[in-house]
Ligand binder design. Structure first.
Ligand code: ADE
Length: 459
C-alpha cells in the first residue's frame, strides 16, 4: 500500500519515519511519500491560492495547481500494483472518519493520495473532476472542529489505515478488541502493575484468574462506557451480537432491544403521572390475566379487572399519597411495565387483611419500619426477558428506600400465584425470599398465593 501526500508543508510528514509507521516502511509493508504542492506552480512566488469567488474572507487553493499535482502523482505511481487508487481530501466538511471506513480502505485501496488543503480549502471542482474521471474521492473529517489544514488529518488517516494492513500489528487480536472495532463498543478500561497506585487498586476480578468473569466484567465496562460517552454507538449496535447478560446490563443502563426493529432504544423508568392513567388502565387490564392460574374463570378475572384497573382506580392510586407507581416508558411514549406499591403510614403494615407477613424475619432481620405491599409488578409480554424486570425493580426499590429512609429496616412484600414458577423465580432473582402463603380473591374465586418479602434498603 502506498500513501502519497500533497501539502504545502511536506516536512510535516517527517514523523512518519518514527515508530510503527517507520518500521512498516522499512519492512516494505507500506510506502509513504510527501510532496510539495508548490512544485507544480509556475510563477516566481509559487502561488497556490487566490481570493474566493463570490467574495469573503481568506484564500482558496487553486484547482489548476492541484489538478497538475494529482494527475502527476496518480500517473507516476499509476496503478500501484495495478490496484485501486483513492483520492482522500481531509476537510471539516467531509464525512466523519470511522474505523469501518479505515478498514475498507486497508482492504480495497492500493494507493491513497491525500490532498491537504490549507486556508479556506481547495476549489470544489477538484473533488468534482476526479469523481467524474472515475477516481474514488473520499472527503473526510476528523471531527467537529477546525484545524489549520489537512496535515494532521492526513497523518491520522495514514495511521488508522496502515495499522490494519496485514502484518503491521504484532497481535491481530488486539485489533479486534479495541474501541470501534467490530464489537461496535468503546473499549473497556485497562490496567497493569503496580497493583495499587496512589490508593487506586486494579479491580479484583481482573486479578482473580477467572477468565470468564474477567471477560464479563470487561464487556459490562464496555457497555457502561459506551452508554455514558457514545449513546449514538449503542443505537447503531447490531443487536444480534448481544447475549442475555448484555441485555440485562443494557437494561440497567436504560436501553432495551426494540422488538420492531432489532435495535437498541433508550427507555425511562419514572413515577407515573396523571397523563399515564389511560395507558396504565389499558396495560394493567391486559397483562393481569397472564399471572392468573388456569383454574380461575374468565368471569372472575374480568370482575377483578373491572373493579381494580379502571381509570378511576388508577386516578386514586396516582393521587393518594400512600401509593407509589413506577412506570417503564419507551422512547415513543408507550408504557411497557409498571409497579404499584402501598406504603403504610409510620411503621405500619400495608395489606394486613390480605396476608401481609407482619411478624416474619426477612433476611434474618427483624423489621424496623413499615411493611410495604408491592401489589403490582407487571411487564408487557414482548418485553419480559430483556432485563426490564431488574431495572424496574431497582428503580422501585430506590424510590421505596427514599420514602422509608427514616427507618432502619423497612420491608416490602408481595403475593404471587403459587403455581406461577416464572414469577416465583423472577422474584427470587430480585432478592425476595419466600416467607409464607395467603389466599387471594380474584372476583369471588380463591387463588392460592405464595408470599415473598425482602429488605428495602439492601441493593
Ligand atoms: N481540515 C481542517 N479541519 C479539519 C477536520 N476537522 N478534519 C479534517 N480535515 C480538516
Amino acid at each position: 500500500m502506498r500513501f502519497d501526500i500533497i501539502s504545502v508543508f511536506p516536512e510535516f510528514f517527517d514523523v512518519a519515519r518514527l515508530s510503527l509507521l517507520g518500521k512498516a516502511q522499512e519492512r516494505n509493508l507500506i510506502e509513504i511519500a510527501a510532496h510539495n504542492l508548490r512544485d507544480w506552480t509556475e510563477d516566481v512566488h509559487r502561488t497556490v491560492d487566490d481570493t474566493p469567488a463570490g467574495g469573503g474572507a481568506g484564500m482558496v487553493m487553486r484547482a489548476d495547481i492541484w489538478g497538475k499535482a494529482i494527475d502527476d502523482i496518480l500517473a507516476r505511481n499509476g496503478g500501484v500494483s495495478g490496484g485501486k487508487a483513492v483520492l482522500a481530501i481531509p476537510t471539516p466538511a467531509g464525512t466523519p472518519l470511522t474505523q469501518a471506513q479505515c478498514a475498507q480502505l486497508a482492504t480495497d485501496a492500493q494507493h491513497i493520495v491525500i490532498a491537504c488543503g490549507r486556508y479556506e480549502g481547495i476549489d470544489a471542482r477538484v473533488a468534482e473532476h476526479y469523481t467524474q474521471a472515475g477516481v474514488e474521492v473520499f472527503e473526510y473529517s476528523l471531527g467537529d472542529y477546525v484545524l489549520n489544514g489537512g496535515e494532521v488529518a492526513a497523518l491520522a488517516l495514514i495511521e488508522a489505515v496502515a495499522r490494519l494492513v496485514p502484518g503491521m500489528v504484532g497481535n491481530p487480536e488486539s485489533l479486534l478488541e479495541e474501541s470501534h472495532s467490530q464489537a461496535g463498543l468503546l473499549e473497556y478500561p485497562v490496567y497493569t502493575r503496580p497493583l495499587s497506585w496512589r490508593e487506586l487498586d486494579i479491580p479484583e476480578v481482573l486479578l482473580s484468574g477467572n477468565h470468564r468473569e474477567s471477560a464479563r466484567w470487561r464487556r459490562d465496562k464496555s457497555l457502561e462506557r459506551t452508554a455514558a460517552i457514545r449513546p449514538d454507538m449503542l443505537r447503531r449496535l447490531d443487536t444480534s451480537t448481544l447475549d442475555k447478560k448484555d441485555k440485562r446490563k443494557l437494561a440497567s443502563l436504560g436501553y432495551l432491544v426494540s422488538r420492531e426493529e432489532n435495535r437498541l432504544e433508550p427507555f425511562a423508568i419514572r413515577p407515573a403521572v396523571e397523563a399515564d392513567i389511560p395507558a396504565l388502565a389499558e396495560l394493567s387490564a391486559r397483562v393481569f390475566p397472564d399471572a392468573c392460574p388456569a383454574y380461575l374463570s374468565e368471569e372472575a378475572i374480568a370482575a377483578h379487572i373491572a373493579e381494580n384497573f379502571n381509570e378511576e382506580r388508577w386516578a386514586h392510586y396516582l393521587s393518594a399519597p400512600e401509593y407509589l407507581c413506577m412506570v417503564c416508558e419507551r422512547e415513543n411514549g408507550q408504557l411497557i411495565a409498571y409497579t404499584l406499591c402501598e406504603i403504610p403510614a409510620g411503621d405500619g403494615v400495608a395489606g394486613l387483611n390480605e396476608g401481609a407477613p407482619a411478624d416474619v424475619l426477612v433476611g434474618g432481620v427483624e423489621r424496623q419500619g413499615p411493611l410495604v405491599l408491592m401489589s403490582k409488578f407487571y411487564i408487557d409480554r414482548p418485553w419480559r426477558s430483556g432485563g426490564i424486570a431488574e431495572a424496574l425493580w431497582e428503580h422501585t426499590r430506590l424510590a421505596l428506600s427514599e420514602r422509608t429512609r427514616d427507618y432502619l429496616a423497612p420491608v416490602v412484600w408481595l403475593g404471587t400465584n403459587e403455581g406461577n414458577k416464572r414469577a416465583r423465580n423472577a422474584y427470587k432473582k430480585l432478592g425476595f425470599e419466600l416467607v409464607g402463603k395467603r389466599e387471594f380473591f380474584v372476583g369471588d374465586e380463591s387463588n392460592a398465593d405464595v408470599v415473598f418479602a425482602r429488605q428495602i434498603h439492601m441493593a
